[in-house]
Ligand binder design. Structure first.
Ligand SMILES: Cc1ncc(C[n+]2csc(CCOP(=O)(O)OP(=O)(O)O)c2C)c(N)n1
Length: 267
């Protein structure tokens, strides 16, 4: 499957998942749907067959609240049955709202408490390096998540250990849960901040699949790499785009119908 079809399917599944469960975080999932689609269709060396392979790539969804996008990609890649997606956010389901690795093959670490996943990912990258293992480690963080102090401890750590096998992707949609990032805790000169920590920094349109493939394919030798992906929160359904309401709101009634209609038209 190509990345465009994968991104469409991630968005389409996410509408159903959040509609059925009355679950939140549709806009955070739409924001990174293209990044996840590109990762799972041509970058990550992971499959249901190589999950025990110590040389596999590792992906950690540090902004774990957008777990629907990961579950949808895993279902499309054969890690979990597609029918299971509709249990997302349901009581007792293994597909919890925030990504969980318990009972979900393909999820490497449970996340949701922002600022943690990327730190564990850095530790995994160091373990790979020490064990002389192949494979790269990727972590997807939110820009609001970059307001967590632990993210910057991780940045120091990854540079100190020259983790060239480690890539952090920042989903830079300029929004967080209740407002714009800049109105909460400013993130000005985000590129310069990562550079000041000694990272190689690249920027890309987070919805341009060719650009994403280009920056994600290149691997650094010594420095850890940060890719700042410029995105639109809610991307794919026009009334959700850049609209803070859709961080938590779930699509019901006329909103559900309109979201489905727009996505079907865009296929
Ligand atoms: C440690 C922690 N504090 C607060 C929250 C509540 N929370 C969930 S999503 C979110 C906003 C995240 O913003 P961002 O990282 O920019 O993600 P995006 O805008 O892409 O959804 C917050 C504060 C959390 N999950 N973890």
């Amino acid at each position: 499957m190509d990345s465009t079809e994968m991104a469409w399917r991630i968005r389409r599944h996410t509408v159903e998942m959040t509609h059925v469960s009355h679950g939140s975080h549709i806009a955070p999932a739409f924001s990174c749907a293209d990044i996840i689609a590109v990762l799972y269709t041509g970058i990550l060396n992971i499959s249901p067959q190589n999950l025990q392979d110590k040389d596999r790539d590792i992906f950690i969804m540090s902004k774990g609240h957008a777990g629907a996008a990961v579950y949808a990609a895993l279902a499309e890649c054969g890690f979990i049955p597609k029918e299971q997606l509709l249990q997302h956010y349901a009581n007792g389901s293994v597909l919890s709202g925030h990504v969980s690795h318990k009972g979900v093959p393909g999820v490497e670490f449970s996340t949701g408490s922002l600022g943690h996943g990327c730190c564990v990912a850095a530790g995994m990258a160091l373990a790979k390096k020490k064990d002389k293992r192949k494979g790269r480690v990727f972590a997807l963080v939110g820009d609001g998540e970059c307001e967590e102090g632990s993210v910057w401890e991780m940045a120091l750590f990854a540079k100190h250990y020259s983790l060239g096998n480690f890539t952090v992707i920042v989903d830079h949609n300029k929004m967080q849960s209740l407002d714009y990032c800049d109105k909460t805790i400013g993130l000005t000169k985000l590129k310069e901040k990562w550079e000041a920590f000694g990272w190689t920094v690249k920027e890309a349109d987070g919805h341009d699949h060719e650009k994403l493939k280009h920056v994600l394919k290149e691997q650094n030798v010594e420095d850890p790499c940060c890719i700042i992906a410029h995105t639109v929160k809610g991307k794919g359904v026009s009334f959700m785009e850049n609209n803070i309401l859709w961080h938590y709101r779930d699509p019901q009634g006329e909103y559900y119908d309109a979201a489905v209609k727009e996505l079907e038209r865009k296929r």
